[in-house]
Ligand binder design. Structure first.
Ligand code: GLC
Length: 423
């Protein structure tokens, strides 16, 4: 069973999987009059270390509604593909609750794969407002926000201090420091997530938005990418590779590879989500005490980050919808959201946690992160989001590897997106 990736993730998770799966398998078709019973929860396989103990908490207090964790691949695209396969097959489906990327809600809802949820069962008013929007489609709630995210620029505090310079606020400053200071200290300049997958769509959208451009308008019906601003945004990434202050290796990085390159002391600057900052600066990391984080730089000041994160949705075929809704309420409750941050290093969706004095002491970046999330822009909303994202990744990667100029890349992307929106 390749899709249950238990190996190496600790005994506790293994126990959850084995006991939970056996239980859910045995009772899979029993059903129950009140919609209660065992569940499976499918999620991308990265950053799940903290989740086993959280679910154990639920399983201890809900023995008849045990949840089994199903870990899918690390990459967002591969996870989406496996979820889509499962959700299309009503007879043989295995996933009851799905931890879906924020930008998949429209596609999954429009396809009828996930069920609308009653708003009054969830504390939507306690969440940061932009995250609730990502869970809504066609005026209905189709998922419950679980984790949010916004990009940050991580930098080597020790190197910039030795040079007596402030962290960059603009692309020009970032380029200059990456080009001139990094080699002096035996480092590469700048990396993000530039492998062709969802992460590259995120990085490309941030560059385009920050230059004042957009990709799609009117809920995905209008293609707006053919603009001077989009050329400028893509041009920033293309120039980095051409001039060498973005290393070639970065063209193969997802979140984890890029974090490792930074944490191993190979990079001066890294665009990543906050979890990478927490990991790189934690006691025991080779960079403990040497890492700073600031808002992403843009052409003339702070950039526009893309809104990341994930929502919890209930499959249209879920065996026990009432238990599924109860599990969603548990995972978004205050104590659990607190642990999502303290144990998982993932940004919670509950607004009040960003102002909690104890948490702000332990995670001093919380107020900045809150501002970044509130100012973050969503990825293009489209029921064909998977195809939109594939087109963005492919074209931007071709431009970054020197196979297209930013001008022709933007023209080609506009043509491909127009063809997708006609489908
Ligand atoms: C993070 C974000 C998610 C994004 C993904 C891209 O997991 O939370 O929204 O799609 O990275 O790799």
């Amino acid at each position: 069973m390749r899709w249950i990736r238990a190996a190496g993730r600790g005994l506790l998770v293994l126990v959850v999987i084995m006991t939970g799966y056996a239980a859910s398998g045995a009772r899979a078709h029993e059903g129950s009059a009140d919609g209660r019973g065992p569940l499976t929860l499918a999620t991308a396989g990265d950053l799940t270390g903290y989740l086993g103990p959280l679910l154990e908490g639920w399983n201890r207090t809900h023995p008849d509604e045990r949840v089994t964790l199903v870990e899918l691949p690390d990459s967002a695209d591969e996870t989406r593909a496996q979820m889509a396969t499962d959700l299309r097959d009503g007879d043989r489906h295995r996933f009851d609750v799905l931890n879906i990327d924020v930008n998949w809600t429209p596609e999954f809802a429009a396809a009828g794969w996930i069920r609308p949820l009653p708003r009054d069962r969830f504390p939507l008013g306690s969440f940061l407002p932009p995250v609730v929007d990502t869970a809504t489609y066609d005026g209905r709630l189709y998922a419950v926000p679980y984790v949010t995210n916004a990009g940050l620029l991580l930098y080597r505090k020790d190197v910039l201090a030795a040079e007596g310079v402030e962290p960059p606020r603009t692309w020009a400053e970032l380029e200059r420091q990456a080009r001139t200071l990094a080699p002096k200290h035996g480092l590469e300049g700048y990396a993000g997530q530039f492998l062709p997958y969802e992460g590259l769509t995120v990085n490309a959208a941030e560059a385009v938005y920050s230059a004042g451009g957009s990709i799609l308008g009117d809920e995905g019906e209008r293609v707006t990418v053919d603009s001077a601003a989009a050329r400028e945004g893509i041009g920033f990434l293309v120039r980095g590779v051409r001039e060498g202050w973005i290393p070639q290796a970065a063209l193969t990085y997802k979140e984890e590879e890029s974090k490792r390159a930074f944490q191993d002391g190979r990079l001066l600057f890294l665009r990543n989500w906050p979890y990478a900052y927490v990991g790189a600066s934690a006691p025991g990391s080779p960079l403990a005490g040497k890492v700073g984080a600031v808002p992403l730089p843009g052409p003339d000041g702070p950039a526009t980050s893309v809104l990341g994160g994930s929502n919890l949705a209930v499959s249209a075929h879920a065996r026990h919808p009432d238990s599924a809704a109860r599990l969603l309420a548990y995972l978004t409750s205050e104590p659990v959201q607190r642990q999502v941050l303290t144990r998982g290093a993932l940004p919670p969706v509950r607004a009040d946690l960003y102002e909690d004095p104890e948490l702000v002491r332990a995670f001093p970046y919380l107020p900045t992160l809150r501002e970044s999330v509130l100012a973050a822009a969503p990825r293009p909303k489209s029921p064909h989001y998977d195809q939109v994202s594939l087109a963005v990744q492919a074209v931007v990667h071709d431009a970054m590897t020197g196979h297209e100029t930013p001008e022709s890349a933007v023209r080609r992307l506009a043509r491909e997106l127009a063809a997708i929106s006609r489908r």
